[in-house]
Design a protein around this ligand. Structure first.
Ligand SMILES: [Zn+2]
Ligand SMILES: [Zn+2]
Length: 138
């Protein structure tokens, strides 16, 4: 399949909010696409909706940048659209932070061969994933 964005390169198929889209590696990088579920960064920025919990990791810098921007401009919330993502990001920010923390602990536990620890950390990560994106089915 040919990339739906640049129309030049060989593309990979993604399912994005029920729609099939085709993006090549180059456009994917430029667009910012979650490698797990194919959610576009631009979509995510618009709606505040992630396709999977990994989106928050994939777009972490952008999420944090958006949060910073939004917090600075809460008084100028002229657009109705921007309210929903703001709420979601606020909630999400702490979860993302916790997710990162647990994930780095898990990585360390695995490196150290601490499998009892790793198991309970994995369970923690899973419940965080569920909170981060309750709609996701894996
Ligand atoms: Zn392309
Ligand atoms: Zn994703």
């Amino acid at each position: 399949m040919i990339c739906g964005k640049c129309g030049k390169n060989q593309a990979q198929k993604y399912i994005l909010q029920g729609k099939e889209i085709f993006l090549c590696a180059e456009c994917r990088r430029k667009e910012g696409v979650c490698p797990e579920c194919g959610t576009l960064l631009s979509e995510f920025q618009k709606t505040g909706l992630a396709g999977c919990a990994y989106c928050y990791t994939a777009f972490r810098d952008e999420v944090l940048a958006m949060l910073g921007k939004m917090q600075g401009s809460t008084r100028h919330l002229g657009k109705v659209q921007s309210e929903r993502p703001l709420d979601r990001y606020e909630e999400t920010r702490e979860l993302v932070r916790e997710h990162d923390y647990v994930k780095s602990k898990l990585e360390r536990a695995i490196l150290n061969g601490d499998f009892a620890d790793a198991d309970s950390l994995k369970a923690q990560l899973e419940s965080l994933n569920k909170k981060l994106y309750p709609g996701v089915k894996k």
